[in-house]
Structures are given as structure tokens and as C-alpha cells.
Design a binder for this molecule. Structure first.
Ligand code: ADP
Ligand code: TRP
Length: 321
């Protein structure tokens, strides 16, 4: 059975780059798999977040965001990583399969070690917990951004090493990188990222959305001059929110000469058209934390059944039955 699984780290405000680059493609992908599991990687967040109130809020923000954007919790198991404690038992078993050299080479650890003095063991063993997240549910495909590809490859290595040592018990996952997804530009033309402070928050109210769109960097061409759509971040974003016919119309307006303010107005219109109903849904979901808890608990319950089965196989294989 083809099973897709991904983890969502609850850190920071969600932005248009996350929406177009991660949320929409993952929700679309779930439709093509017999089984899908998407979970909130709250224990992974603990490697960097040390404010309980912030973490708690971000978990609900993320849950409400994915549901508002169309994740169907009946089709896709949606749960908190921390609600299935079985993952830690598998983490230990996989840690015993993980050569230190492999973890030394993990990009995320290397980056953290390069920039700060206090690297904790959680950051170091991050890929092992991530491997357990994946392997516990027999996942075959793991949709992730390019930055997480190596971690999925580590999960694959650990599953294969286990199988060589103890017999064919675990499913070795593959990263599913969607090469078509482009990098969404931020207000300053660099990649939209919370670390660059150039984001358009996904749930910005309409006036703020409009204000931010108006701030997107453009060149200094005068209004009447023909403009190159391929070199325009505004056009790039417009295309992702507009119908194909509308995109062709805007292309013609670029060729004829369009003022940047008008182009931005057109972009705001299509963004607001798509986001307004999602924003309303988000607000309603976010206001009902008990409702979110119920959805996540139900997902965890279903996920736990699979987790128990995998651990039974693992314990038997290693001689701890
Ligand atoms: P940030 O760069 O703001 O910290 P994250 O690293 O938390 O964003 O990214 C979460 C998900 O959103 C990842 O799957 C990542 O690939 C995707 N993503 C983030 N920014 C962009 C962007 N500008 N364009 C496309 N995808 C993005
Ligand atoms: N490490 C991932 C990130 O930083 C989140 C994550 C945790 C994950 N466990 C996972 C992703 C399992 C895919 C599969 O974005």
C-alpha cells in the first residue's frame, strides 16, 4: 500500500510561501494515496522553542490552518506527534542502528553546531525521531521541502540497516520532492521566509494584505513602458492565484504597459478572493480549541493502532517480545 506521511513543525507565523509551497501541494498529494498521515511535530519544536504559551498557541494555529486550507481529517490521519508515545520506543531502537558519523553529517545539526555553542542532544538526534515518525507508520512517500530531503534519506538508511540486521520488518521510505514547486518570493524579492522578515502572513486581514502587496519590490520602469512578466514577482504570484484566462489577460496588460500600482491591485484582488473564505474558516476553527483537540485526538487514536502493530513486529525481531 502506498502511504504518504509528513510532519509539520509548529514554529512561527504561517505565510504565503508555506501555503503555496507546502500546504496546498501536501493536501493535493493526499488525494492520490490510499492512506495519508499528516501530523504536528510538536516534540521536534521543543529543540528550539522554550515558551510553553507560544508552543501551545502555535500548535492550534497550525492545526486550524491546515484544516482551513482543506485537509480532510476523515481521509488523512491528523494528529499530534506527542499523542502517540510509541514513537519514542521506536526512536530508541533506531538510535541503536544510527552510526554517529551519519548523524554528524546531518545538515540541520551541522548548521546549528556552526552557529551556536549550546547544541543539545535533541538537535543531534532530531533525524532519529524523524525516522521513527515515518517508519512507525510504514510510510512509503514523505513529501518535504528540499531542506528535509537528507533527513528522509537517513530514515531510509536506518530502516534498511534494521532490515539487514533483523530481517525484512520495516518499510524504507522515499522523499517525495515536488520539483515543480517554485520558491515563492517575499516582499524584497528574496525567498519568502520568516527568517528574512519579508513575509505576507497567510491570515493577514484584508487591509494588511493589501498594504503588504503594495510593498512588494518592483523596478523603476514608468507605467507606460512594456514589462516582462517573467521578471516580475507580482506576475509570478498572480499566476498562482488567478484562473489561466486571467493570467493571459494580465500578460497582455504587461505587454501594453501597466503601472506597478495597477498590477499590485490586480494581485491583491485575486489573493483576497481565494483567501477570504479560508480566513473565515480559519477563524472559526481557531476559536474552538476543544473542537481541534477532538479532531487531533481521533487522529491519534487511529494512528496508534498502526504504531502498536509496527512495534510488535520490531520487538519480536530484536528479541524483546
Ligand atoms: P520559513 O522559511 O519561513 O522558516 P519553513 O522552513 O518553516 O519556512 O517552511 C515550512 C514549509 O514551507 C517547508 O515545506 C518549505 O519548503 C515551505 N516553504 C517555506 N517558504 C517557502 C517559499 N518561499 N516558497 C516555497 N515554499 C516555501
Ligand atoms: N523536520 C521536519 C521540518 O523541520 C518536520 C518533521 C518532523 C517531519 N517529523 C517528520 C517531516 C517526518 C516529514 C516526516 O519541517
Amino acid at each position: 500500500m502506498e502511504i504518504s506521511l509528513t510532519g509539520i513543525k509548529p514554529t512561527g507565523t504561517m505565510h504565503i510561501g508555506n501555503y503555496l509551497g507546502a500546504i496546498v501541494p501536501a493536501i493535493e498529494m493526499a488525494k492520490h494515496y490510499e492512506r495519508s498521515l499528516y501530523f504536528i511535530a510538536d516534540y521536534h519544536a521543543l529543540t528550539t522553542v522554550d515558551e510553553p504559551a507560544a508552543l501551545r498557541n502555535q500548535i492550534y494555529d497550525v492545526a486550524a490552518t491546515w484544516l482551513a486550507c482543506g485537509l480532510d481529517p476523515e481521509r488523512t490521519l491528523f494528529y499530534r506527534q506527542s499523542a502517540v508515545a510509541e514513537v519514542f520506543e521506536l526512536t530508541w531502537v533506531l538510535a541503536c542502528m544510527a552510526p554517529k558519523g551519519l548523524l554528524d553529517r546531518a545538515h540541520a545539526y551541522k548548521a546549528a553546531a556552526a552557529e551556536r555553542k549550546d547544541v543539545n542532544a535533541g538537535i543531534y538526534t532530531y533525524p532519529v525521531l524523524m525516522a521513527a515518525d515515518i517508519i512507525l507508520y510504514d510510510a512509503t512517500a514523505v513529501p518535504v521541502g528540499k531542506d528535509q530531503k537528507q533527513h528522509v534519506e537517513i530514515a531510509r538508511d536506518l530502516a534498511q540497516k534494521f532490515n539487514r540486521t533483523f530481517g525484512e520488518v520495516l518499510v524504507a521510505p522515499e522523499p517525495a520532492i515536488n520539483e515543480e514547486i517554485m520558491t515563492i518570493p517575499g516582499l524584497d524579492g528574496r525567498k519568502m521566509s520568516k527568517s528574512y522578515d519579508n513575509v505576507i502572513p497567510l491570515w493577514a486581514p484584508a487591509p494588511e494584505l493589501r498594504r503588504l502587496v503594495m510593498r512588494i519590490k518592483t523596478n523603476s520602469q514608468p507605467p507606460e513602458q512594456p514589462k516582462d512578466p517573467a521578471a516580475s514577482d507580482i506576475f509570478h504570484l498572480y499566476r498562482l492565484f488567478a484562473a489561466p484566462g486571467e493570467t493571459e489577460e494580465l500578460r497582455a496588460r504587461y505587454a501594453a504597459g501597466i503601472g506597478w500600482a495597477q498590477a499590485k491591485e490586480a494581485l491583491f484582488t485575486v489573493m483576497e478572493r481565494r483567501l477570504a473564505p479560508l480566513r473565515e474558516r480559519y477563524k472559526a476553527l481557531r476559536a474552538d480549541e476543544d473542537g481541534l483537540d477532538r479532531i487531533l485526538a481521533r487522529g491519534a487514536e487511529r494512528a496508534r493502532e498502526t504504531a502498536r502493530g509496527t512495534l510488535r513486529r520490531v520487538r519480536k525481531a530484536i528479541g524483546i517480545a
